[in-house]
Design a protein around this ligand. Sequence first.
Ligand SMILES: N[C@@H](CCC(=O)N[C@@H](CS)C(=O)NCC(=O)O)C(=O)O
Length: 245
Amino acid sequence: MSSSLYTFPISHFSEKARWGLDLANYPYELKPLVPGEHIKTLKPLVNDLYVPVLETDTGVIQGSGNILDLVEEKAFGHKATPEEKLMEEKVDIQVGKSLQTFLYHFILDYPELVGKLFLLNPVSLSDTVAPPEHYDLIALSLKRRYKITPKNLEVVKQSLDEGSKELLEIYKSRKFFNGNSFGRVDLTVASLMGMLAEPKDSPAYPWFASVQMPEAFLTWRKELGLEFLFERIREFYKEFRTQSK
Ligand SMILES: N[C@@H](CCC(=O)N[C@@H](CS)C(=O)NCC(=O)O)C(=O)O
């Protein structure tokens, strides 16, 4: 049996795992799932029902960092230093988790837009798509899962501001986090912030290009003042995002 990687098409943590596997030339079958419907597929495999999940001959690995652990030497040519691992964990939380909360905060009031982002195959900007079935329930569970409350939005705003300020300083001083070569931190920053930088070489690009994001999201993204970082992310994608599927 070859390995299977379970993902959501627009999931940034899935992209982090998938990019690592592609960089390492690790053979796997891509199994994209529709959020909500993922529950019945993942239930026999894992207790906590989130993606990415890699099912291999020898076991199941869940979570982007654990999946990167499997391939890091092939993907990057060496094991990450403790400093890199620490920074990756920080970026996962300050950027990855915060952006989940913000993204759904901005889009949940637009069921058709969410419907398009949840499709297994992207459509075009001019296509109209029905909201996902039982949308009210889905919206409620996403609100809970990503803690979309005014209080938590303040908390994640601060976390994202702190994290991105630090990243801006780092990337203004050097091209790669470790100073030498494309590594785990660079891949993590690029995949987790891809939804903002919109690199054309990202597998999720056709989904984000299929929707008109709400004005409030666009204004918020601009006011983050992270264009320098977005440009570096687009460079990383151009130079290092080899895609096997
Ligand atoms: N720490 C995990 C986070 C994974 C995660 O948050 N996955 C999201 C998609 S980006 C998910 O599956 N959400 C559905 C859910 O949690 O019910 C990782 O690094 O993989």
